[in-house]
Design a protein around this ligand. Structure first.
Ligand code: AMP
Length: 210
C-alpha cells in the first residue's frame, strides 16, 4: 500500500492537505493530533497522559504515540493507500514507521513562512467531532460554531494560543526538522511551496506527487 507523509511547521496546512488527499485519492487519513484529541475527549488513560504535553505545545512521549499509531495501522482500511499528518515528528517515530512495510512512500515537506503559519493558526477553527479545519478569515463554517460536514461544534483549538504556538514552533525546529533530513537521505522527500490559499497549494502538491 502507498504511504504519503505530510511534513511542515504548525500551520503549514498538513491537516487541510490531508483532508483533500483523503477526498481525492480515497486514501485513509491518519492524524496523530486528531487521534490524541479523541483520546482526551474519551477521557482515556492515554488521553490523560497526553493532555498536558499538548496544552503546552510540547510533544507527547514517543512510546505513547508510536503505540497509538501501531493500533491505528491495524484497522484494515489502508489497502487503498494512506496519508499521515503530524507523524512522524521525531527520529524515533520515523524509525518506527520505517519498520512498517509499504509499496511506495513519499514525504511531502510543505514549506511556508513562520509569519503566514502563525497568522493561520491564530484564526483557525477546528471541529471538535471530526477535526475538519476552518478559518475565521477566509473559510468560516456556513453556520457559526457548527461544522458543515458533521454538525459538530467548531471552535479554536486550546493549543492555538500565542504562547502554545510559540512553543510548538520551537519544538518543531528542534525535534521535527531533523526528521526531514532522514527522508531526504532516503530519497523520498518532495518539497512543496505551501504559501497562499489551500487550492493553489493543493494543485502544486498534486503535481509533485502524481
Ligand atoms: P497537531 O494536531 O498535529 O497540530 O498536533 C497537536 C499536538 O498533539 C502537538 O502539539 C503535540 O502535542 C501532539 N502530537 C501530535 N502528533 C504528535 C506526534 N507524532 N508526536 C508527539 N506529539 C504529537
Amino acid at each position: 500500500m502507498k504511504r504519503l507523509i505530510l511534513f511542515g511547521a504548525p500551520g503549514s496546512g498538513k491537516g487541510t492537505m490531508g483532508e483533500l488527499i483523503q477526498r481525492d485519492f480515497g486514501y485513509a487519513r491518519i492524524s496523530t493530533g486528531d487521534i490524541l484529541r479523541a483520546e482526551i475527549e474519551l477521557g482515556s488513560a492515554d488521553g490523560l497522559k497526553a493532555r498536558a504535553f499538548m496544552a503546552s505545545g510540547g510533544l507527547v512521549p514517543d512510546d505513547l504515540v508510536v503505540e497509538l499509531v501501531r493500533k491505528r495501522l491495524l484497522r484494515g482500511d489502508l489497502d487503498g493507500g494512506y496519508v499521515m499528518d503530524g507523524y512522524p515528528r521525531t527520529l524515533a517515530q520515523a524509525v518506527a514507521l520505517s519498520a512498517v512495510a509499504c509499496s511506495s512512500e513519499k514525504a511531502i515537506f510543505i514549506e511556508v513562512s513562520e509569519n503566514e503559519a502563525v497568522d493561520r493558526l491564530l484564526s483557525r477553527l477546528t471541529c471538535r467531532e471530526c477535526g475538519a479545519i476552518y478559518n475565521l478569515k477566509n473559510k468560516p463554517p456556513r453556520r457559526e460554531g457548527v461544522c458543515d460536514i458533521c454538525g459538530g461544534s467548531v471552535a479554536r483549538r486550546s493549543d492555538d494560543t500565542a504562547e502554545a504556538v510559540r512553543r510548538r514552533f520551537q519544538v518543531y525546529g528542534e525535534r521535527t526538522l531533523p526528521v526531514i533530513d532522514y527522508y531526504d537521505k532516503a530519497g523520498v522527500l518532495v518539497r512543496v511551496d505551501g504559501s497562499g490559499d489551500a487550492a493553489r497549494v493543493y494543485d502544486r502538491l498534486k503535481e509533485r506527487v502524481a
